[in-house]
Design a protein around this ligand. Structure first.
Ligand code: SF4
Length: 272
């Protein structure tokens, strides 16, 4: 018999996944609408219209926005009175299993070598769960599709190459081309270590995209000069936004990770 705590977490994760998969956050929709209004290419405008029609149908029929429902990445904050426990992980995984059936999600989690599919979007290290202390008990869901994830890269730059960060981001976006279903959101993690820079880049995708600081905007402008456009068919908007998270790094290092996110930037936060 599951404990009330287990049930609460599993239900919250299942509900957050449902909401994330079927409706985009308001900031993402508003930036898509702004990009559509500013677009001058008829072909690109048509692709934005397809996106809006896709969103309308998903909401109306209560079905996932995209057939690639992704792998589930979870960010959990724990206040001091909620214990960090194995039960928390088990309950979160149960929420993913339930959502796989109820949303439904495509079973995407496989063994990396045998390619055996677990059938429930769970496995060793999956769902990917990040836990940190916080003022409230919250769960944020970030379903991540392979089309954009596969185009992500990390580079261990030299500290003297700090002026080349924007060049590296543009190289990654250019190499990705149409494959991550642009217009994309570019998460950039600067600093940390070889393992934490990509984590920073993914956390950057949780930030609201309807505003950018000067540094983010300058990289975004460079990316949009590439002209890849909506679905790679050319146009003014290749990236809806560039979001950056920084972490302290070794004095002799400059890790830079770029985590690409397609237009279908699904995320949902719930408080328990
Ligand atoms: S890249 Fe995004 S929009 Fe394209 S198939 Fe994958 S999840 Fe769907």
């Amino acid at each position: 018999m599951p404990s009330p705590f287990f049930e609460k977490v599993a239900s919250a994760v299942e509900a957050a996944i449902h909401d994330a998969e079927t409706e985009l956050p308001a900031d993402v929709v508003s930036v898509l609408q702004r990009a559509y209004a500013e677009e001058t290419s008829a072909v690109a405008k048509g692709e934005f219209e397809n996106i809006f029609e896709n969103l309308r149908i998903a909401k109306e029929r209560d079905v996932p926005i995209c057939q690639d429902t992704g792998l589930i990445v979870l960010y959990i904050t724990l206040p001091p009175d909620v214990p960090y426990s194995a039960e928390l992980y088990e309950a979160a995984a149960e929420g993913v299993r339930r959502a796989t059936v109820s949303v439904p999600l495509r079973p995407n989690a496989v063994d990396p070598v045998t390619r055996h599919n677990s059938g429930d979007n769970c496995g060793y290290g999956m769902p990917s769960i990040h836990i940190s202390p916080g003022d409230t008990f919250s769960v944020t869901v970030l379903p991540k599709g392979a089309g954009s994830e596969n185009m992500s890269q990390i580079k261990m730059m030299l500290p003297s190459e700090v002026g080349g960060i924007a060049d590296f981001v543009c190289e990654v976006v250019k190499a990705a081309g149409s494959r991550p279903c642009p217009p994309m959101i570019v998460g950039v993690g600067i600093g940390g270590t070889f393992d934490s820079a990509p984590a920073l880049a993914k956390e950057a995708l949780l930030l609201p995209i309807d505003s950018m600081d000067e540094f983010e905007q300058s990289i975004c402008d460079r990316v949009n000069e590439l002209g890849i456009g909506a679905m790679g068919l050319g146009g003014k908007t290749t990236a809806l936004a560039v979001k950056v998270k920084r972490g302290a790094c070794h004095t002799a290092s400059l890790p830079v990770a770029v985590n690409i996110q397609c237009w279908c930037c699904r995320r949902r936060r719930v408080e328990l």
